[in-house]
Design a protein around this ligand. Structure first.
Ligand SMILES: CC(=O)SCCNC(=O)CCNC(=O)[C@H](O)C(C)(C)COP(=O)(O)OP(=O)(O)OC[C@H]1O[C@@H](n2cnc3c(N)ncnc32)[C@H](O)[C@@H]1OP(=O)(O)O
Ligand SMILES: O=C([O-])CC(=O)C(=O)O
Length: 370
């Protein structure tokens, strides 16, 4: 038995949800470029869950179901009020999502109908949790979700208490479309491993949030913004990046396990970053990002991934840096839950093997002789 480090190139399951073939990403066979230009996040959620684009009445019903289920139980909100104010936002989200199960009478109902209802609740309630957490830590009261608003509009509204501008809703909506699913990425794999034991959907999504948090995965978008802030201005980019590369440090937001010739989502986020920079009158983050890309791609051949330009996009939307990865989780909940439903539909325990590299034939030494 020989291990493949990081399971690189290992095909661990079949799936009909999203594919990456020759660098092209599709959801249910539809190119991400077409979805980014034409679909709303709600259309994408429907596509991922049901395998086809919704017609008008199906879309209206899903939008209504999501807003009808967006309120979070009072117990969970009370618990969030008890969290330390400076707690990591992904840790807060992970804990709150886990506790949703405690107040859902059907949490352990494993029927397909119940699992679909819980997928709707999870998708609807993650934005409410994140907005509530963001307000509570600033000493503000949470804002109840609006009825019949999109996920993007509702989230921005609950975060700020103001009606968001159309341009902000559109930008966030497109970012949600772009992050919704990505084949067998680490957090989706974690979700599938968890539910393949026939554990519940809340456990699956909680596992996934834990995996997304890390800076080699979803946490990279926050790390990119931290780097941009540390660099400060375009004049400092060259020396900062050259020093990092000389020290063999990773540049966050670059490289990918699967894409070697570029992440097809990055160009959409780059365009958004440029447009939002022009609208806000602050091109600093975009200009720095372009310079970083030139150096990293020029010297290392590494291209930006989905996390790189999303950092400047969210900053232009005035979203606090530590909510970037939670926003990724809002979007990816659609993909996680689609994968969990697919796993339940044709389940087998996921249990690979390990290549043992420890000592052998060791005698047991009694504690007095150690
Ligand atoms: C939504 C997402 O999850 S997208 C990914 C988000 N993560 C990041 O942006 C973090 C930065 N990037 C990385 O750490 C990696 O590129 C990953 C984790 C995305 C992919 O990792 P892997 O496929 O395991 O590649 P691995 O980390 O082994 O890197 C291979 C080589 O490229 C180098 N490399 C990879 N990414 C980077 C980077 N961002 N900056 C500098 N060098 C890099 C490594 O140092 C390594 O070099 P070596 O062979 O000389 O040791
Ligand atoms: O697929 C991966 O390994 C990481 C990624 O880009 C994603 O989850 O969107």
């Amino acid at each position: 038995m020989t291990a493949t480090k990081g399971l690189e190139g290992i095909v661990a399951t079949t799936s009909s949800i999203s594919s990456i073939i020759d660098g092209v990403l599709t959801y249910r066979g539809i190119n991400i470029d077409d979805l980014a230009e034409n679909a709303t996040f709600e259309e994408v959620i429907y596509l991922l869950w049901y395998g086809k684009l919704p017609n008008r009445s199906e879309l209206d019903q899903l939008t209504k179901d999501l807003s009808d289920n967006a309120s979070v139980s009072a117990e969970v909100i009370e618990q969030i009020k008890l969290y330390p104010k400076d707690v990591n936002s992904m840790a807060a989200l992970r804990t709150a999502v886990s506790s949703l199960a405690l107040y859902d009478a059907e949490a352990n109902d494993m029927t397909p109908e119940s699992n679909l209802r819980k997928a709707i609740k999870l998708q609807a309630q993650l934005p409410t949790i994140i907005a509530a957490f963001a307000r509570i830590r600033q000493g503000q009261e949470p804002i109840a979700p609006k009825s019949c608003a999109s996920v993007a509009e509702n989230f921005l509204y609950m975060l700020t208490g103001k009606q968001p501008e159309a341009i902000a809703i559109q930008a966030l909506d497109k970012a949600l479309v772009l992050h919704a699913d990505h084949e067998l990425n680490a957090s989706t794999f974690a979700a599938r491993v968890t539910v393949a034991t026939l554990s519940d959907i809340y456990s699956g999504v909680t596992s996934a949030i834990g995996a997304l948090k890390g800076p080699l995965h979803g946490g990279a978008n926050e790390a990119v913004m931290a780097m941009l802030e540390e660099i400060g201005t375009a004049a400092n980019v060259t020396s900062y990046i050259n020093d990092k590369l000389a020290n063999k440090e990773k540049i966050m937001g670059f490289g990918h396990r699967v894409y070697k010739n570029g992440d097809p989502r990055a160009k959409h986020l780059q365009k958004m970053s440029h447009e939002l920079g022009k609208i806000t009158g602050n091109m600093n983050w975009y200009d720095m990002s372009i310079q970083i890309e030139e150096i990293v791609t020029g010297q290392k051949g590494l291209k930006p991934n989905v996390d790189f330009y999303s950092a400047s996009v969210y900053t232009s939307l005035e979203i606090p840096r530590d909510l970037f990865t939670p926003i990724f989780a809002i979007s990816r909940t659609s993909g996680w839950t689609a994968h969990i439903l697919e796993q339940f539909d044709n389940n087998r325990l996921i249990r690979p093997r390990a290549e043992y590299t420890g000592p052998s034939n060791q005698a047991f030494v009694p504690i007095e002789q150690r």
